[in-house]
Design a protein around this ligand. Structure first.
Ligand code: NAP
Length: 484
């Protein structure tokens, strides 16, 4: 436990300790003896200071030329890319995902900053025809004010980047609270923007528990918008707690199905299930969690899936050749093991189903990739988000039955169909209740420049993230009637 670095909040242009001086430890989920860093256990007073700083900085930041705001985002992107390998290693240590994926995440965060730096400069209002030749009518797009950004641990830099970049470029100021289980990557994103010269108070970084800082970040009178990614339970609570004048954007959970109906598609479906279900140890909001398989090909599909699953290498994300890293937190480990026990009662275990506790796994949160078959449609493992390396295979009769099962869910984040039938591809895009529709692709993954979000309880039915749509959330419209 020697040489554990202590990391500070960033409030009103200063790196500072929390008012009480209390800290909490950020542990490596592959080896909990490794303390990645010590972070500020902030209180309500720290959160209030951050909100006040963001409110004071807003008028000047709003007035700053868009080109000047863009330059800061572009310089921050260069900083993230320059340090992507080192920051990626830190991300692996704090969250568990493989080093290559972690480094890519920093590169993607840089792409996001660059995308919004450029895209927002051509995103304006409209002019409207009028019968009165002596009048001009047009809209102005303006920033909202102080925006709270609250992010989860599973993509601790790319998710905050896709919120903070559009917020800032549109002229809003930000208070950013990262997940307590992976705060270092968010700190690096903040550091990049500080190094790029972001003015005092425009971006504030506050670590600490949801219970301590959450009420201020959600309820403060100055907060005009909250962009949150995390669990549906927390998102619904925040959405309800927000005032009438506070906009909310909640990106929440999923129970994402992949459908395969034809024997010709088994090979590809297995590959997509392995990738979508087990990479990131199943901890992607868009991860494949249910596979809906036509009854007549079920045996062949499961045989192939079980063989591929059993061959996956579990281990620390720092080691080359590892396919499945640890679960990111002790809480997540408990949740996944509980679901595995439920699955053993509800269905038939085909492979995996155990925690790894010996040798190199002794101090980490490792679970074997797990597949269940004969899963009843109303089983908990068929309906509830697990967020771990667990696949439920559910039998279906045909395409119509598969769509019924897929849509019989409170969630609607992502869904995939594996098929060579082009007509079915189009039908599927129309029939499926999901915000992200994949055909012959994994349920996971989305582009920086395309809208992203879910239906039903996977998102608020308001604004999409990413792409041009991602700018909408951070702007309000004024309509101007100007007599000449
Ligand atoms: P979580 O427990 O809901 O926490 C997410 C973030 O919200 C953390 O920073 C947490 O702080 C904070 N938080 C929780 N309750 C809060 C409250 N009442 N007020 C203010 N802040 C609050 O979720 P998680 O376990 O980190 O992430 C996993 C979940 O995220 C899964 O359900 C997954 O599906 C979802 N997710 C969705 C998307 C998407 O785009 N739809 C993407 C990724 C993940 P602390 O860390 O301090 O508790």
């Amino acid at each position: 436990m020697t040489n554990v670095p202590t990391f500070l909040n960033y409030i009103d242009g200063e790196w500072c300790a929390s008012r009480t001086g209390a800290t909490f430890d950020n542990l490596n989920p592959a080896d909990t003896r490794d303390v990645v860093g010590r972070f500020q256990a902030s209180t309500q007073a720290d959160a209030q200071a951050a909100v006040r700083a963001a409110a004071s900085a807003f008028p000047a930041w709003k007035r700053l030329a868009p080109g000047a705001r863009a330059k800061i985002l572009l310089d921050a992107a260069a900083y993230l890319e320059l340090h992507a390998a080192r920051f990626g290693e830190e991300l692996t240590r704090e969250e568990g995902k493989q080093k290559a994926l972690a480094t890519d995440e920093f590169v993607r965060a840089a792409q996001t900053l660059r995308y919004y730096a450029i895209e927002a400069q051509s995103y304006g209002g409209e002019t409207f025809p009028t019968d009165d030749p002596a009048m001009m009518v047009y809209t102005l797009r303006e920033p909202l004010g102080v925006v709270t950004v609250i992010s989860p641990w599973n993509f601790p830099v790319s998710i905050p980047a896709r919120k903070i970049a559009p917020a800032l470029i549109c002229g809003n100021t930000v208070v950013f609270k990262p997940a307590s289980d992976a705060p270092l990557s968010g700190l690096r994103l903040t550091e990049a923007l500080v190094e790029a010269g972001i003015p005092r108070g425009v971006l504030n970084f506050v670590t600490g528990s949801a219970g301590a800082v959450g009420p201020t970040l959600v309820g403060a009178r100055e907060v005009r918008a909250i962009s949150f990614t995390g669990s549906t339970a927390a998102g619904e609570q925040i959405h309800r707690a927000a005032s009438l004048s506070t906009r909310t954007q909640m990106e929440l959970g999923g129970k994402n199905p992949l459908i395969v109906l034809d024997a010709h598609d088994i090979e590809l479906a297995v590959e997509l299930t392995i990738k979508g279900g087990f990479s990131l140890a199943g901890q992607a909001c868009t991860g494949t969690s249910r596979v809906l398989v036509a009854r007549e090909i079920r045996a062949a599909f499961v045989e192939r899936l079980a063989a591929r699953t059993a061959a996956l290498v579990v281990g620390s994300g720092m080691q080359p050749g590892v396919d499945v890293g640890p679960l990111a937190t002790a809480g997540q480990l408990r949740t996944v093991l509980d679901y595995i026990e439920a699955g053993k009662r509800e269905a038939t275990l085909v492979c995996g189903g155990e925690q790894l506790t010996q040798g190199e796994f002794s101090y980490g949160y490792f679970v074997m990739p797990t597949v269940f078959v004969d899963v009843p449609r109303d089983a908990r493992i068929a309906r509830e988000e697990i967020f771990g390396p667990v696949i439920a295979v559910v039998d279906v009769d045909d395409y119509e039955d598969a769509i019924d099962v897929a849509n019989d869910s409170e969630y609607g984040l992502a869904a995939a169909l594996v098929t060579r039938d082009t007509q079915l591809m189009h039908r599927f895009a129309g029939d499926i209740e999901a915000g992200t529709v994949k055909i012959n692709r994994t349920t996971t993954g989305n582009l920086v420049n395309a809208p992203f979000g879910g239906l039903k309880r996977s998102s608020t039915a308001t604004f999409r993230e990413s792409g041009r749509d991602g700018l909408e959330f951070y702007l309000q419209t004024k309509t101007v009637y100007r007599g000449v």
